[in-house]
Design a protein around this ligand. Sequence first.
Ligand code: SF4
Ligand SMILES: [Zn+2]
Length: 370
Amino acid sequence: MSIWNPWHGCKKISPGCVNCYVYRRDESIGKDASEVTKTGDFDLPIKKNRQGEYKLKPEEGIVFSCMTSDFFLKEADIWRDRCWDMIRERKDLEFHIITKRIDRFKDCIPSDWNDGWDNVTICSTCEDQDRADYRIPILLESPVKHREIIMEPMLSEIKIDRYLETHLIEHVVCGGESGDNARLCDFNWIKEVRRECVRTATPFTFKQTGSLFKKDGHTYRIERKNQMSQARKSCYSYVPGMNFAESIPYKTPSRESLVKRLAQSDFRSKFKLTEEDKQYVLEKGIEKIRDHTRDFISQRLAPENPENDGKQTPMKGHPVFKAQHATATCCRSCLEKWHNIPSGKILNKQDQDYITDVIMDWINGKMKDE
Ligand code: SF4
Ligand SMILES: [Zn+2]
């Protein structure tokens, strides 16, 4: 990857800017980051070496553009057209433009932009639900060939499933905030977005933990040098078909703690077997019901990305369906939240046997109820 910073300095516009690293770094050397100035690297994409070759080469990968400012900053309106000229000239390079000002995008594009350029990815950041609900619809309706969402620093839980369902988002990146005054990032928020990405087959990167990271109820201070490596080690990034989830360590809950938790849920504990259901089980025999359970699991839950995930288990129609809702084995999201089985993992025999046992235990228990 390369970094191209045509100008430096920015204006804070949203909660994600509070601890902006450009400001932090500039303050540490007595500089005012709110002053926006052109840099010596302004024309980096078209700079050539002595042999007359471009300095930036496609094999070096993505050119992250305007990382010490915002490409769509008003103060930079006078310089941007020249940047578009360079981007147009370097069709061989892949430019990623990260912005908090997607609402200025349409006013800032060149006249020959049409429905977007192949070599430009527009990455809209959104740090909380409000920003997501304001910026992502604009990103979706903007004429862009490649779209990415960046939730960094992630400051709250953010639901983006309805945006991902458009299949217009190519990649989602999540991460916490770094620095001494960093705000907390909760691993549950990251996992929720990841589940939405798996469900919609959208590539997802868990980039960094940030400095203040909450996991399993504990809050940890993570040193800068470990923030990216810890995120990487968690294996919580996702690319469809790459089986990263195979490496996520997990432990299913003890039956005792599971039963206790399920009993505390009004929704889970309301499921019962009717007389008709019981009759059905008796007629088929418990071994046949176990076979049905195995079939449902292998067809509707086991794939990396099951069809209609979240809606694949009807509320009635078969005693096993009721048992699945009662035991939170109805979809991949519930399997992760209640049983710790990671979304995106292809369920192996051991996983499938575990789920079958949980369901059959519930059915056997309910058969005894008066
Ligand atoms: S938009 Fe980005 S660069 Fe500008 S102040 Fe906010 S965080 Fe900093
Ligand atoms: Zn479910």
